[in-house]
Design a binder for this molecule. Structure first.
Ligand code: UTP
Length: 409
């Protein structure tokens, strides 16, 4: 895109401010800016219409039963056997979502580089690798690992893995790819710049991972290896089991196209997405979308009707993902603190939210699938997410849970 094309487009979109001071930029900065303008996803920006934010609507919600812990215990042998067989045939890959900014943690480094150890070094990335090493040993085949990073943390993440020698994992079985970025706007929908020659961008959420994986040529890589299933997981849960044979086996035996690990909510208003049915299909309703009535509903036995929260550990069938990859996910508009340059070209780092970022979320992928198997796991032994340094879902609470599970810190 050249300057005149960009100018015309931005004027039509009432975003002409983006090109102010363009003549004073270096050639390299000009090219970067024009390239960014060409890639703007206008579907996102169009959602901010003055003070109105267009929100995705919710359909008819009903509960969805899970394979619960009791049933899993009773069928453990059967599930393990089926899972290990698939793993030993190389049919399952692990995919780590590590493109997030981890803003709540307040560190500049990728979240996976956080040391959870107290007397020795135990990095979050290391925990995941060690978990995969155990599974690989058990099934006699190395599980390939794909890691999604973003423009903001890719270099550092790859440097860290090299420095740590991949924690002993075979380097040829670890592949990195980058997710897409989205521009940020102020409360009036005006695109912000983080530098005179750069739009303010941030990773566009964890929902676009499959198209990014495909764009990087890695779906072909998976197919060459005979991978049929992907176990997607978040970076921040330091207790999770990745490529857990019983989970893999239960999903495969269920004949469904995906599996979702869930835990029982600790209380009606816990801040987690709940797995249920929406218009007859599996769906995840976020806690902030739930009415009090829905959150507090109970069955005759006193249990919460919408009891199962997702922990961002899913199993997806590659074939099905290829079918839905072109389907657009809804965009979530999130209020954030966004550093920007003001009209004097000074960088401002706001203390309070000053605009919106746009995100596609993996939870919305569930809605596109025909069915999923909700698979309950023991919360205290599989769920220790690190979102904050202290308090709920924090480094402190995760350390406590790790110790309770016999991990020496
Ligand atoms: P969170 O929603 O907790 O976001 O991510 P975050 O970036 O880690 O933390 P905050 O909200 O800024 O404090 C859940 C998972 O999705 C990944 C994260 O890396 C984490 O594994 N993620 C999130 C991405 O891969 N890309 C994104 O754009 C956002």
């Amino acid at each position: 895109m050249n300057f005149n094309e960009a100018k015309k487009l931005l004027e039509e979109r009432k975003q002409a401010q983006v090109l102010e001071g363009f003549a004073n930029l270096s050639k390299e900065e000009q090219d970067t800016l024009l390239d960014q303008i060409e890639k703007i996803d206008w579907d996102t920006i169009d959602l901010v219409q003055g003070e109105t934010i267009v929100k995705p609507s919710i359909g008819k919600i009903e509960p969805l039963a899970a394979v619960d812990i009791k049933e899993i215990e009773a069928r453990k042998e059967e599930f393990d056997k089926a899972g290990l067989e698939a793993l030993s045939q190389g049919k399952v890959a692990a995919l780590l979502l590590a493109g997030g900014m981890g803003t709540r943690l307040g560190s500049d480094k990728p979240k996976g580089e956080l040391n959870v150890g107290l007397t020795k070094e135990i990095y979050i990335f290391q925990r995941h690798i060690e978990c995969l090493q155990k599974v690989s040993e058990l099934c006699g085949k190395t599980v390939p690992l794909y890691i999604m990073t973003s423009e903001k943390n890719d270099e550092e993440t790859q440097r860290f893995f090299k420095e740590k020698n991949y924690f002993g994992y075979p380097e040829e079985d670890v592949k990195f790819f980058q997710q897409e970025m989205a521009v940020a706007v102020d409360y009036n929908g005006k695109i912000l710049r983080e530098e005179p020659g750069r739009l303010a961008t941030s990773p566009n959420g964890n929902g676009g991972w499959f198209s990014s994986l495909a764009n990087a040529g890695l779906v072909s890589d998976m197919k060459k290896r005979g991978v049929e299933w992907i176990n997607l997981f978040a970076v921040d849960n330091v207790l999770q089991k990745i490529c857990d044979p019983a989970f893999v086996g239960a999903t495969l035996l269920s004949g469904k196209e995906s599996g979702s690990k869930v835990v029982r909510k600790v209380d009606a208003h816990e801040k987690m997405g709940v797995l249920c049915k929406e218009d007859g299909k599996p769906s995840i309703v976020e806690y902030y979308e739930m009415s009090d009535e829905m959150a507090e509903a109970r069955n005759a036995d006193g249990e919460l009707t919408y009891a199962f929260g997702v922990i961002l550990n899913y199993l997806f069938k590659v074939e099905k993902l290829e079918e839905i990859v072109a389907t657009k996910l809804p965009v979530h508009v999130v209020e954030k603190k966004i550093p920007y340059i003001n009209d004097k070209f000074e960088v401002v780092k706001p203390e309070e939210p000053n605009g919106y970022k746009f995100e596609y979320l993996v939870v919305d992928m569930i809605r596109l699938l025909d069915d999923t198997l909700p698979y309950e796991v023991v919360r205290e032994s599989e769920f220790a997410p690190i979102k904050n340094l202290h308090g709920v879902d924090s480094l402190d609470s995760a350390r406590e849970l790790l110790q309770k599970n016999g991990v020496e810190l």
